[in-house]
Design a protein around this ligand. Sequence first.
Ligand SMILES: Cc1cc2nc3c(=O)[nH]c(=O)nc-3n(C[C@H](O)[C@H](O)[C@H](O)COP(=O)(O)O)c2cc1C
Ligand code: SF4
Length: 461
Amino acid sequence: MGATGIASAMSFRYDIQDAHEIDVYEQHGGYEGVRVALDMEPSAIIDAVKESGLRGRGGAGFPTGMKWSFVAQGTGRPIYIVCNADEGEPGTFKDRPLMEEDPHQLVEGMIVGGLAINSEHGFIYLRGEFRHAGRRLSRAIAQAYEKGYLGADVMGSGRRFDLTLHRAAGAYICGEETALLDSLEGRRGQPRLRPPFPAAKGLYSCPTTVNNVESIAAVPFILRHGVEWWRQWGTEKSPGPKLMSISGEVNAPGNYEVALGTTVDDMVEIAGGMREGREFKFFCPGGSSTPILPASLGTTAYTFEDIQEAGSLLGTGALMVYSDQTCVVDVVWGWTRFYEHESCGKCTPCREGSYWLSQIYQRLETGNGREEDLELLEDLCDNIFGRVFCALGDGMTSPIVSSLQHFREEYRAHLREGRCPLGATQPRRDIVVTQIRSGGGYEPAPPATPQVPATEPAGQA
Ligand SMILES: Cc1cc2nc3c(=O)[nH]c(=O)nc-3n(C[C@H](O)[C@H](O)[C@H](O)COP(=O)(O)O)c2cc1C
Ligand code: SF4
């Protein structure tokens, strides 16, 4: 196991004044990764990324180097690299700060990724609501063209790479990579049937890779500093630092960069510890599509393999922390309402099931639960999981099944008492505060947020 705790590898420029300007970026190692990549064969770039063990940061954890090696070459058609900057998973807020504070890091990653897979054109598919990130990226792209990092002759190498920023309309399903491609092509964003996979037929039916912002932004660092540098953090199967979104009932929720392998309990401490008077009860390790786990598993090392062994998934690196003052049924109801709203409607189990699940949660929380409701929840989840077109439907069942597994007694208390024992009557929306904290330590804890009144959902800051 490598170093654990706070890291300052990918976020070190967040604290540097005007790091989003190209001159400042260059003064701090910016575009060195492109220089290194231009001296390498495309296959050598891919090999370096493979050796680094970098795993996709968009949710599934698929090895980035391997994904790039699958992109079909020599078909006579253009090859595209697409950056998934949709960041819609509840609890996740690590890509937006990266694009706002250090947009050139992503631009540089796109160029290096393009060189690796022989692509001459990349797209950044950006969530439309991220207006500030959009402004910063537009300016960064214009500056990179001016300085010759983008365009027909990248740094005088004779290699071409163009980059287009696409602002999306904002739908969770458009983060699913094939729905994203449909949306980028100007169609309604709905998942595509696979195969063919994007590596063979993606954007405009051409070979394409779709990668998360953090995955792409990591690559210039790996080329510049080397594979060993990257592997100083984390474990053999989960190397590297990770940008974490830590939210919930901690004193200092925010964006932290930590070494993979740091325990969940330590990350709670890094985020300032539990708020006064609250006891750690449960957590969701990787965004709302990943199963929740009880606080007793907080000793688990935060790696792809350890979190999986504990019964969940690392997902997007969105750690949501809850206390004994929070009703687990209420939290899961909030997420279920989200999935009901975001279901694209293409397949019946997800479209109808999400609505039905929501109704059951409403009954339970408002004192109208029926004896058979817990089994009904499980039966519905069983008929959704694995029977739907995309991972949105599967993900919807994760918090439900896992909360019933770990907190069945709390569900039963709702039936017994004919109300929510903790007084919730509305689906909860998570308290997500986006604060950027990188490098050493964390800022003093903000004043305690007032308790959420029993009758109102918590607002999203
Ligand atoms: C409903 C849904 C929403 C998703 N949203 C995102 C997203 O906002 N950003 C992202 O990078 N990946 C998202 N993904 C995962 C993508 O489909 C894809 O796996 C990812 O972009 C690949 O990047 P990576 O290999 O770098 O992890 C989503 C998947 C699903 C099923
Ligand atoms: S699982 Fe849900 S979101 Fe995915 S295609 Fe089916 S209806 Fe659409």
